[in-house]
Design a protein around this ligand. Structure first.
Ligand code: SF4
Length: 330
């Protein structure tokens, strides 16, 4: 067994891109898949609104993150690496990264599409020069990815923690981006199993005014009320706080829907039509909330990829808060 893979497995590290898959197992599958060429991709697409922890890591821990990436490149001799960056990170860091990876077999790629481009199979399609649509899974990239070769894709934070693991400096932490109606907006490195309430307390962000939160991203993140803060932050490690009385909740719902209207690829009917119909419903003067929730359910159950599912989950959880607020306030 490869030493670094064994160490990653022992650490229990889970992917920090949102899917929470055990990193050691992913590396093990990639390592064990026989092929004469392999690919390793760093996903720095970070395209969800109000998520900015990967940017923070690249700005503050670039070398360590690239060294973590190099450990994956070194697993197999004939490996080509790609560093896939969103437009603003590419413009900000291109020169620094090129200088550091100068002698490595690595290409830098600037993201072409939007949010969906960060989905791992869309990212592969994008590098191959195809239409930006997700692939059917399985097969999963560690077995068949870029140009049908084994491909290991991890996000920025994951590679950073892999480097920490290699140096015996990983202490079960993760990065959280905190924003919204808060006093201390920023990125914090805290224990990975901290719950939302603990995070708000530790960062001196626990408000006395009524609030609700969105967890895991500013579009697909789930909305939770104050009584449900005893759970860890899932997904991409983001927490957005909304002042309940100050926030125009319907405007917020419209904002989320217009994001997904723009970002969905149109490949599958439940997502393409579901988001369109949901948006149509929300724009009416008198909103049929029951119908809206049915559409969210369809999105969750029938969408082809995580974008449609995430849209359904985010909208449904926000609708629950709106309906409850409306009932309580006549
Ligand atoms: S769920 Fe949406 S984004 Fe995903 S494949 Fe279907 S249309 Fe495209």
């Amino acid at each position: 067994m490869n030493e670094i893979i064994e160490k990653i497995k022992q650490s229990g590290l889970k992917g920090r891109g949102g899917a929470n898959f055990p990193v050691g197992i992913k590396w093990e599958i990639f390592n064990a898949t026989l092929a004469n060429k392999k690919y390793v991709i760093m996903n720095a697409a970070e395209g969800e609104p109000d998520v900015f922890k990967d940017r923070y890591i690249l700005e503050n821990h670039l070398e360590e993150t690239l060294k973590g990436f190099k450990l994956a490149l070194d697993l197999f001799e004939n490996t080509q690496g790609y560093i896939f960056l969103n437009k603003s990170l590419y413009d900000l860091l291109e020169n620094k990264i090129r200088k550091f990876v100068n002698k490595w077999p690595v290409n830098l790629v600037k993201e072409k599409g939007g949010y969906l481009n960060g989905e791992e199979t869309v990212l592969i399609e994008s590098i191959e020069g195809h239409r930006l649509e997700p692939r059917i899974k399985p097969p999963y990239p560690p077995e068949k990815g870029l140009w049908q070769f084994p491909t290991l894709i991890n996000n920025v934070e994951t590679f950073y923690h892999v480097y920490q693991i290699s140096q015996n400096q990983y202490h079960q932490t993760r990065f959280y981006s905190l924003t919204g109606d808060l006093n201390n907006i920023g990125v914090y490195e805290l224990k990975e199993d901290s719950n939302i309430l603990e995070i708000l307390k530790q960062t001196k962000n626990l408000s006395e005014k009524p609030f609700f939160v969105q967890v895991g991203g500013g579009a697909s993140g789930i909305f939770l009320e104050q009584e449900n803060l005893d759970q860890p932050i899932s997904g991409a490690g983001s927490l957005i706080v909304y002042d309940t009385n100050k926030t125009d909740k319907i405007k917020l719902l419209k904002k989320i829907l217009s994001f997904f209207l723009k970002e969905n690829c149109g490949q599958c009917v439940p997502c393409r039509e579901g988001i369109y119909r949901l948006n149509e419903l929300i724009l009416k003067k008198s909103i049929d909330w029951l119908k809206a929730k049915e559409l969210c359910q369809t999105l969750k159950e029938s969408s082809f990829c995580g974008l449609g599912v995430g849209c359904g989950m985010a909208c449904e959880s926000l609708i629950d808060i709106i309906v409850k607020f409306n009932q309580a306030n006549g």
